[in-house]
Write a protein that binds this ligand. Structure first.
Ligand SMILES: [Zn+2]
Length: 287
């Protein structure tokens, strides 16, 4: 039986954005969006992170050009005690106990604290980094990518996810990567918002059935949508916000696939990075 992996949704800092950009029909007012990440507790692998949220490196990058521009477009707040490292320490988990960080994609609000975890290797879709590797200065910032956030040995510490035909319960995704090799968590390719973006389906109850209604499963959807409602209803964002997508057509396909999977697994707990998470036992929200 596949083991249960506990998912603890957390956030490290927040950014400001216009509600009207994040959701069609939203109001033209500034809202605060948490920079979510998650602590996964695996019975054998211990503490594993899914992204890191913002970190102190983001604040220093934003004090000088071209990171300054990132801060103008996406004002960031990060209070003392809010970084992933500090929050894990408060839970009794020292940074060097974190051996793996699953990186959903390389935007600054997801990798802002990679440097704080010196013992971690980075589990990532092999398609995530190559298109960004050569981007510098303004061209990088335009992609919400701040190269200085990556540790100097980033590439050596990356372990590429290997995708193989997905279990039928993950259709319409043809392929998935069994992250721990025990069925505890599957990575799904959801590129478009950023190159090589992944989502994670986690078994939070032992032996939870991928072919069932989603009970006992948690979907960490990263930035596939700004809200769970948008994902469940397949709502699009404002056309201006689409300008920030890496690949608009890919994004629509990825969102449609997640939407279809959620229709078939309505009781899945869904967590998107920039919204306060649904309660663990709230059941599904159909509407
Ligand atoms: Zn992003």
């Amino acid at each position: 039986m596949s083991p249960a992996v506990e998912v603890v949704p957390l956030a490290a800092g927040e950014c400001l954005n216009l509600a009207a950009l994040t959701e069609r029909g939203g109001r033209w007012r500034v809202r605060r969006y948490p920079a979510g990440f998650a602590l996964l507790r695996h019975p054998e692998h211990g503490a594993v992170l899914f992204d890191t949220g913002y970190g102190e490196g983001v604040l220093s990058a934003m004090r000088r050009w071209p990171g300054l521009l990132y801060g103008l477009v996406t004002p960031v707040r990060l209070e003392v005690g809010q970084t992933a490292r500090e929050q894990l320490a408060a839970r009794g988990i020292p940074a060097d106990e974190v051996r793996s960080i699953i990186v959903s994609h390389l935007h600054a609000d997801h990798v802002g604290a990679l440097r704080d975890f010196p013992a971690a290797r980075f589990v990532i879709d092999p398609a995530a980094y190559p298109p960004l590797r050569s981007l510098k200065g303004l061209r990088a910032v335009r992609r919400a990518f701040l190269p200085e956030l990556l540790p100097a040995d980033f590439e050596e510490r990356c372990g590429a996810l290997t995708f193989s035909p997905a279990p039928p319960g993950l259709l319409p995704f043809p392929e998935a990567a069994d992250v721990f090799g025990d069925g505890g968590a599957y990575a799904l390719r959801v590129p478009g918002h950023a190159p090589g973006m992944i989502a994670l389906v986690v078994r939070t109850c032992p032996g939870a059935n991928l072919d069932g209604d989603g009970s006992g499963l948690t979907l960490l959807a990263s930035d596939a949508a700004w809200s769970v409602r948008a994902l469940r209803q397949n709502l699009t964002v404002h056309p201006i916000a689409r300008l920030a997508f890496w690949d608009v057509a890919q994004e629509a396909r990825s969102r449609a696939a997640l939407h279809a999977w959620l229709l078939a697994h309505p009781r899945t707990r869904v967590i998107v990075s920039h919204e306060r998470p649904e309660e663990a036992h709230a059941g599904h929200r159909a509407g």
